[in-house]
Design a protein around this ligand. Structure first.
Ligand SMILES: [Zn+2]
Length: 329
C-alpha cells in the first residue's frame, strides 16, 4: 500500500535505530569525513521485514539560512509498497486531511496547516532524562523514550483509528527545524495557529515559545531564546555574541571546553562552527535563562545542557566578484 501520512521517523540501517531526520543529520555530520550516507527502512516492523525503503532528503546538508527554505525530511520511496499495518498508511486509504465530522472549524484549519510541514511537533519535553555523558551508548539524542508511539508498542490487532497520534520529542534541534520551516513557509495567520504542548508549561503558541533575544525578559519562564551573532573559539569551547543587545547590554552564551568534551554531539557543533569564515553569522537557539554578569555590563544565556542548544548557519558571505555583487544588488 502507499503511505498517506507525513513520514517523520524511519529506521536507520547503519545506526540500527529509529530516528527523526534531524537526529539522522546530526549523526551524519558526527562521522569523520568522508561521510557515508545512511539507508533507511520504514519504521513499521511489518514493512521493515519486507525491506521497505524510505528516502532521507537533505539530512546531508547542514542547517543553514536560505532564501528558499527546504527542510530535511523523509519521503516514501515510490518503488516500495507498504504493509497494510504500516503506521504511515491510513486505514481508509484517505489522506490525513480527510475531515473528521466532529472537528470544529478551528481544528480543521490547524490540521491543514500542520499538513504543510514535514515534521510538525505537538509536544516538546525539555526534561533531560539521561546523562549527557552517554558516550559509548548508541545515539540517545532522539530516544524512543521521547517518541514512544511506535506501532510495535501497540498490539497489531488493536483497532487502529484515523486519529493521528501526537508527535513528541525532546530534541530541541528538531523543534527548531519545525519552527524554521513554519516561519519560512506559512502565512502569518497560519503560523499563529500552531500550538505546542510543553510538560510543566501547558499549551503555548509555537510562536510564543520562541523569543528573539532582543525581546527576552530576565526572569521570565524558560523559552527558546534565539538570535544571530558571531562566535569566538576558546579551544574546543566557544563564546557566542549576539548582535542584538538587551536593554543596551551585550548578550553572550559561553560553552566551556569541558562542556564540549562531555557532550556526545560536540563534533557536530564543531563542524557547524568550522564554517565561521564562510558565513555572515550564526543563528543560535538556546533553551535557557538569562543572567546578568557580576559586573552588570553584560547578560549571559545559561543553558543546563548542550542538548538545549541548536545552531544554524547564516547565509554565505557575499561573493567578492564585483559582477556577481552588482547582480545581487
Ligand atoms: Zn511502512
Amino acid at each position: 500500500m502507499k503511505t498517506s501520512k507525513t513520514i517523520t521517523r524511519a529506521f536507520c540501517v547503519e545506526l540500527q535505530q529509529e530516528v527523526s531526520i534531524v537526529a539522522a543529520r546530526r549523526e551524519f555530520f558526527s562521522q569523520e569525513p568522508p561521510r557515508a550516507r545512511f539507508s533507511f527502512l520504514c519504521s513499521s516492523e511489518a514493512c521493515r521485514a519486507l525491506g521497505v525503503k524510505i528516502t532521507g532528503v537533505r539530512y546531508d546538508v547542514k542547517p543553514q539560512e536560505h532564501p528558499t527554505f527546504v527542510a530535511a525530511h523523509f519521503r516514501a520511496n515510490p518503488n516500495y509498497e507498504h504493509h497494510a499495518d504500516c503506521e504511515w498508511v491510513d486505514d481508509a486509504q484517505s489522506p490525513d486531511d480527510q475531515p473528521d465530522p466532529a472537528e470544529t472549524e478551528a481544528q480543521s484549519a490547524l490540521r491543514k496547516v500542520k499538513r504543510k510541514l514535514d515534521d510538525y511537533i505537538d509536544v516538546f519535553d525539555p526534561a533531560l532524562k539521561e546523562s549527557a555523558k552517554a558516550a559509548p551508548v548508541p545515539i540517545k539524542s532522539d530516544t524512543p523514550v521521547s517518541e514512544p508511539l511506535t506501532p510495535s508498542a501497540v498490539a497489531s490487532d488493536a483497532p487502529r483509528t484515523t486519529k493521528t497520534t501526537p508527535t513528541r520529542t525532546n530534541n530541541l534541534e528538531r523543534l527548531v527545524d519545525s519552527f524554521r520551516q513554519a516561519q519560512a513557509q506559512l502565512s502569518k495567520e497560519e503560523f499563529a495557529l500552531l500550538t505546542l504542548r510543553v510538560p510543566g508549561q501547558g499549551e503555548v503558541s509555537l510562536r510564543s515559545y520562541f523569543r528573539h533575544i532582543k525581546f527576552a525578559q530576565p526572569g521570565e519562564e524558560r523559552r527558546v531564546l534565539y538570535g544571530g551573532g558571531l562566535v569566538e573559539r576558546y579551544g574546543t569551547g566557544f563564546k557566542f555574541k549576539f548582535f542584538d543587545r538587551l536593554q543596551g547590554k551585550l548578550v553572550t552564551l559561553y560553552v566551556s571546553p569541558a562542556q564540549m568534551q562531555a557532550y556526545r554531539s560536540s563534533r557536530y557543533i564543531s563542524e557547524l562552527l568550522s564554517h565561521a569564515d564562510e558565513v555572515r553569522f550564526f543563528t543560535v537557539f538556546a533553551l535557557g535563562t538569562l543572567a546578568l554578569s557580576p559586573s552588570g555590563k553584560s547578560v549571559s544565556v545559561h543553558i543546563e545542557d548542550l542538548r538545549h542548544l541548536a545552531i544554524v548557519l547564516g547565509p554565505a558571505k557575499e561573493p567578492t566578484d564585483p559582477q556577481t555583487a552588482a547582480v545581487a544588488g
